[in-house]
Design a binder for this molecule. Structure first.
Ligand code: SF4
Length: 334
């Protein structure tokens, strides 16, 4: 079997409905997570959630750096040694086999081809891929962890690109966070691909206000300040600062208190439109969420229900209430 970096983008379910975007967002991914038999021992690390539910809404661009640099299948396993900030990838049995430079060069070449990719899923713990906590051998063995060679180069070259490890995607909060970031980034890429103006930037920010607030109120204010006076401004420079700050903010883990704050803000738009009973029910749902008795989807569902009956043009444009495909159930467990 031969797999290279130029593997075609694959869709695991091309007939699925597409509430996300058209064309579907593309996520680059370690090939072995899609079930491709490219590991050093000829095996794979098929990830059922990535291939199944997530694959209904996203296309994948599989990449296997170790095969791409010609190591073959099967191949001698490699590991990371030396300085945790600049580790080297060498053969486990033959330390003279040093593939650090080819891996780094391949990663830099790959990064330059990912302009229309909206996210990247790395294989955890791999000497090529791990985003963090990769085992280090040699002088610092057992003391320090490091980052895989490919992941380090990709994250350095494309700091705004949403990245995640497949292992961390088993955490419901991180899973929701990653899908969110990919979809926000994709909307941003769409905006940048056109002839955008100051008003487009302001509207983009307004539509993401509550989504950002759930991660960081301070970041939301900083982002608003960046766009507060665009007359005569260099829009490309502003846009670059904006997306860097936005993607950094969205990496922050949401917690219940921040979501409660956002839910209460949004409820304010219904204050004059709901009767006492409906208000009490909504407040009770938000409080039950705060007390960890119900998941986030419960108050969200009630809010959506009320906005259907009492439409609000501002809330209609907010991504917070409907940020990703409902069928993924990403808010059912957070
Ligand atoms: S972890 Fe990366 S390098 Fe290793 S087999 Fe999977 S895709 Fe290839």
């Amino acid at each position: 079997m031969s797999v290279t970096s130029a593997s075609p983008r694959t869709s695991t379910n091309s007939s699925a409905p597409d509430p996300v975007a058209d064309p579907r967002p593309v996520i680059a991914i370690s090939s072995c997570l899609l079930g491709e038999q490219v590991r050093f021992d000829g095996g794979h690390k098929r990830h059922s959630w990535i291939i199944g539910p997530l694959g209904k809404y996203f296309d994948y661009q599989p990449i296997c750096p170790e095969v791409a640099i010609g190591l073959g299948i099967p191949r001698p396993p490699i590991r990371l040694v030396g300085d945790p900030d600049r580790p080297r990838a060498v053969g486990v049995k033959d330390p003279d086999l040093d593939v650090t430079d080819p891996l780094a060069q391949f990663a830099r070449r790959t990064a330059s081809t990912l302009d229309d990719v909206s996210g990247y899923i790395f294989k955890s713990k791999s000497p090529s891929w791990g985003m963090e906590r990769v085992k280090l051998y040699g002088e610092f063995a057992g003391q320090k962890k490091t980052i895989g060679i490919h992941a380090r180069e990709i994250m350095h070259a494309l700091p705004n690109l949403p990245t995640e490890e497949e292992g961390r995607l088993n955490d419901a909060v991180l899973r929701e966070n990653f899908v969110n970031r990919v979809l926000v980034y994709r909307r941003w890429q769409d905006l940048m691909a056109g002839n955008y103006g100051a008003r487009d930037l302001v509207e983009f920010h307004a539509a993401h206000k509550y989504l950002v607030m759930a991660h960081s109120q301070a970041a939301n204010k900083r982002l608003g300040a960046l766009l507060s006076n665009l007359k005569g401004a260099d829009l490309h420079a502003v846009a670059a600062d904006y997306i860097a700050e936005l993607m950094e903010a969205l990496k922050r883990r949401c917690n219940r208190d921040r979501h409660v704050n956002v839910l209460q803000h949004i409820m304010g738009y219904l204050k004059k439109r709901l009767d006492g009973e409906d208000k009490q029910e909504l407040l009770a749902a938000i409080e039950a969420y705060r007390r960890e008795e119900v998941p986030l989807i419960v108050p969200i569902f009630l809010l959506r229900h009320h906005f259907r009956h009492h439409p609000d043009p501002y809330m209609d444009n907010q991504w917070y209430l409907d940020p990703h495909p409902a069928a993924l159930g990403l808010r059912n467990n957070i």
